[in-house]
Design a binder for this molecule. Sequence first.
Ligand code: NAG
Ligand code: NAG
Ligand code: NAG
Length: 380
Amino acid sequence: MAQLSRIPVALLLVLVAGEAAATPYARGRDAQLASSYSRVFSFGDSLTDTGNAAILPATAGGPSSHAPYGETYFHHPSGRASDGRLIIDFIVESLGLPEPAPYLAGETADDFRHGANFAVGGATALDPAFLKSRGIATFVPVSLSNETSWFNNVLELLASTAYEEESDIMATSVFYFGEIGVNDYIFALFSNRTAEFAASFVPDIVAVTRSALNAVVAAGARTVLVTGMIPLGCEPELLALFPGDAHGESGCITGFNEIAQLHNRALNCMLRELRRSHPGTTLFYADIYSPIANLVASPGKYGFGDRPLAAFCGGGAGPYHFDMAAFCGTSDSTASSDPSEFLSWDGIHFTDAANRFIAQALLRGLYNASAMAEPQTALF
Ligand SMILES: *[C@@H]1O[C@H](CO)[C@@H](O)[C@H](O)[C@H]1NC(C)=O
Ligand SMILES: *[C@@H]1O[C@H](CO)[C@@H](O)[C@H](O)[C@H]1NC(C)=O
Ligand SMILES: *[C@@H]1O[C@H](CO)[C@@H](O)[C@H](O)[C@H]1NC(C)=O
C-alpha cells in the first residue's frame, strides 16, 4: 500500500502545487517533486491534438491551420482546435513538464525525449473499417489502435538509446488519455439520427479504450489519467444540426447527454476492473463532463458570458452561431469580440478560457478521488 500510494501522491502534490500558484513552501515541493515525472504521453482526438492533424495528409490545411485559430494565446494557428491552449497544455504546465511533441512532427528518440502526443483531430476510438461495416462514414484514417501502435514505435525508439531502461521510461511517464469516442458518436448520429443507435456503440468504444489502456499498462505504465465524455447534447454543432430533439433545462439535448452519461458510467466500471487487475498502476478518472455542464448551467458564476451554447466563431442566423457552410476560419465565418466569454470556440471545440476552467476542475477532481481512496495523511 505504501508503495502504491507514492505515485499518485507525488503526482497530486505536483499538480496541486502547480495549480495553486504557490506559497514558497509549495514551490519548494514543486521543484522537488516535479522530478518524479519526466514526460507525458497523450492520446485522443481534436480536444487533445497539439499538431498532428495539421501534418497528417488527410487533414492538413484544415480549419485549425487558419486564423483566427490560435489568436488568443499562440497568436498564430498552432494546429490546436482552439483560440489557445487545450486541456492537455494546462495539465502539462501544472506538472511542470515540457510539451510532448506531436507524434507526426517528430522522428528521432531525441524528438520524443520529453514525451509524445498521439492525439489526432477527427480520430475515432473505433477503427474506420468497423464503423463502415455499421454504415458509419469517418473522415480521418486514425483510430485509437493507430495511436497505440505509434506509442509502441516511440517506446521502442526511446528504449533503443543507451540512456534509459524501458521500465524507467514507463515509470517516469504520465499517460493522459484525452476524451476519445466523441467522433464515433457524432458520426453515428450523422448516419442514423437516433440517440439509441449512437448509444449502441458505448460497449465497443469502452472496449477499445480498455485495449489501449491495457497496452500501456502491460508496457509498464504506472500513472494514467483517463478522461470521460463531454456532454454531447450541449455542443453547438449538434444543437444546430438536430433542432427537433428534446431539450432539457440548460438547453442541451437530453438524449445526447444521456449517451455521454452512459459512456462515463461504462468507462468507470471498466476502470474499476482494470484497477483490480493492475494494482501497481494508478488509473485516475478525469471528469470533464461535470465542469462543462456546470459552465453551461451557470456561466456567469464562473466569469463567462450568457451564451454558453453558442459558438464564438462561426456563422448562420440561429442561436448557436453554427453553420457547416460558415465554419470558423472560412471567409463566411464571423466572430464576437471576446472569446474568454465563450465556452465553445467553433461549435465543436472549447476556448482557451474554457479549457483552463475544465483542466482546473479536472485536477481538483483527481485530488479528491485520491483523498477518498487513501487516508488523508498519505497525501503529505
Ligand atoms: C491506421 O491503421 C490502419 C489499420 O492498420 C491503417 O490502414 C491506417 O493506414 C493507419 N493510419 C495511419 C495514418 O497510419
Ligand atoms: C437507426 O437506429 C435504430 C436504433 O438502433 C434502428 O432501429 C433503425 O433501424 C436505424 N435506422 C436506419 C435507417 O438505419
Ligand atoms: C472535493 O469535492 C468537494 C465536493 O464535491 C468540493 O466541495 C471540494 O472543494 C473538493 N476539494 C478540492 C480540494 O477540490
